[in-house]
Structures are given as C-alpha cells and as structure tokens.
Design a protein around this ligand. Structure first.
Ligand SMILES: NC(=O)c1ccc[n+]([C@@H]2O[C@H](COP(=O)([O-])OP(=O)(O)OC[C@H]3O[C@@H](n4cnc5c(N)ncnc54)[C@H](OP(=O)(O)O)[C@@H]3O)[C@@H](O)[C@H]2O)c1
Length: 249
C-alpha cells in the first residue's frame, strides 16, 4: 500500500520547485493534495501536471485574510487535513549595510509571518494527529554573507517547529522543520537579473555544498514524505537537514 493512501495534504507554494516535487510525491503515494501560490497561471499549470488528485487555491501567504480563505476552501473541497507542508518562501539577499526596509518586510512577511499564520489558519481544518512540516533552510544555523534577514526568517521557522509542537501536543499534532541545502529550483532566477547569472549562481551554490552538487527537489520531497508519514511518529519539534553536508562538514 502507498504511504499516503486516503490522506489529505496541503503544500503551500506548491506550484514550483520543492513544493511541486513534494505535491507530486504525495499524489504518487495516494494523497489528495491542495497546492497554493500567488500566480494563478503557474498554479493552474502545476495543478494540471499533478492530475485529478490535486486542487489549486490561489492566495498570498503574507495575507492573513488570504490564508483564512485558503484553508476554508481546502476544508470545504477536500475535508480535514492530515499533512501540511509550509513551503511558500522567498529568497531575498543583500548586505546588512544596504538592505532596505522593504526587502526586510517582504522576506519576513512571507517566510516568518506567512508560516506562523498558515499554521494558525490551518488549525480548524487539521485532523488531530496531523503532521506539519515547516520548510526552513540549512542557512538558519550558519553565518553567510548577504543572508542575514533570510537566514533569520528561517531560524524563526525552525523555532516555530518547537513552540508549535508544544502548543499542539494535546491534539497530537506534530510539527517538524525540514532544512534543505542548495536545491535546483527556479529560486535562483529570483535573485539574479538574467538566465546566465542564475546559472552561475546555481553552480556556485552547488560548489558550496561539500557534495559538490545541488540537491534535487525530489530529495527534499522524500524527507517531507517521511515527516508527514507515520514512519516519523516519534519525532516532533525537531529539524531534519537535507543539505549535502553544508551544515556539518
Ligand atoms: N532552493 C533552495 O536552494 C532552497 C534551500 C533552502 C530552503 N529553501 C526553501 O524552500 C522553499 C521552496 O523554495 P524553492 O526553491 O522551491 O522556490 P521556488 O521554486 O521559487 O518556489 C516558491 C514557491 O512559493 C510560492 N510563493 C512565494 N511567495 C509566496 C507568497 N507570498 N504566497 C504564496 N506563495 C508564495 C511560489 O509561488 P508564487 O510565486 O506564484 O506565489 C512558489 O510556488 C522556500 O521556503 C525556500 O526558502 C529553498
């Protein structure tokens, strides 16, 4: 039997990269999956690619009103949720001396506030015993130039896994954090000005990892599957690194 037969899952930011690979794996394992994202066209394409077991619900995770609507829609269309992957996030880089308030607000509102209120608004439609995975980043435990604000948002997310697990113990809802290293997704195009620069940055990030390559989104999806499945039933409030050795080598 597949690992998620009969289960309902939500993957925020499921229209691209790690989120889309995770949604694909969950569908392959028998789940019905709702994905979210801001861009309706990208969401429609991803939903089509995922097939009849998936629905797309448009919305911005930095808007609490959108999150409220998203999870009400999921509850109405799919029912109570077993697995929630809080993956929507943005990569905003810059040196502390030049980082603007607008950049700071953007990365905080999407990565930190978005994660916090995604969980809060999901609570009414989560089953008791559900599993929540917060996508963090290995950089939450390292000092890297230009990463101060981004890494801090991911440290906040890692912290939420502990505190949310404590808050939700009575409902037997487990919350864990999954920290990828550099992964081959479209994210590098969002912090560079053209395709050549994005390719060069991706190559440099792969080289930065001790394994000398980028991770594949499917390698992160495999860890997400483990964390939402009963295989990880004794794990809560902790962090799994899937980072090609970046943190520890
Ligand atoms: N790739 C890496 O090397 C890496 C490493 C460590 C951690 N991560 C983390 O992994 C997660 C996924 O990254 P990725 O590389 O797969 O990025 P990606 O390919 O750029 O995908 C990001 C996804 O998040 C959605 N999203 C972004 N802002 C949103 C918002 N305000 N509201 C709703 N959805 C939003 C995007 O859709 P729309 O743009 O249409 O909204 C898209 O579906 C992020 O949290 C990232 O920080 C990535």
């Amino acid at each position: 039997m597949s690992k998620l037969t009969g289960k309902i899952a939500v993957v925020t930011g499921g229209s691209s990269g790690i989120g889309l690979a995770t949604a694909k794996r969950f569908v392959a394992e028998g789940a019905k999956v709702a994905i979210t994202g801001r861009n309706q066209k990208a969401l429609d394409e991803a939903t089509r690619e995922l097939g009849p077991s998936a629905i797309g619900v448009q919305g911005d995770v930095s808007s609490v009103q959108d999150l409220d609507r998203i999870f009400k829609t999921v509850g109405a269309q799919l029912g109570k949720v077993d697995a929630l992957v809080i993956n929507a996030g943005v990569y905003v880089l810059g040196p502390v001396a030049e980082f603007t308030e607008a950049q700071f607000d953007k990365v905080s509102d999407i990565n930190f506030k978005g994660a916090f209120f995604s969980v809060q608004k999901a609570l009414p439609v989560l089953k008791d015993g559900a599993s929540i995975v917060l996508i963090s980043s290995t950089v939450n435990g390292k000092g890297i130039p230009n990463h101060a604000a981004y890494s801090a948002t991911k440290a906040a997310v890692r912290s939420l896994a502990r505190s949310f697990s404590a808050d939700l113990l009575s409902r037997n809802i487990r919350v864990n954090s999954l920290a990828p290293g550099p992964v081959d997704t479209p994210v590098f195009t969002t912090v560079t000005s053209n395709a050549d620069e994005a390719k060069a940055m991706a190559a440099a990030m792969g080289d930065f990892a001790p394994v000398k390559r980028l991770g594949r989104p499917e390698e992160i999806a495999a860890a997400a599957l483990f964390l939402v499945s009963d295989e990880s039933a004794f794990m809560l409030g902790t962090e799994i690194l899937v980072d090609g050795g970046v943190r520890d080598l």
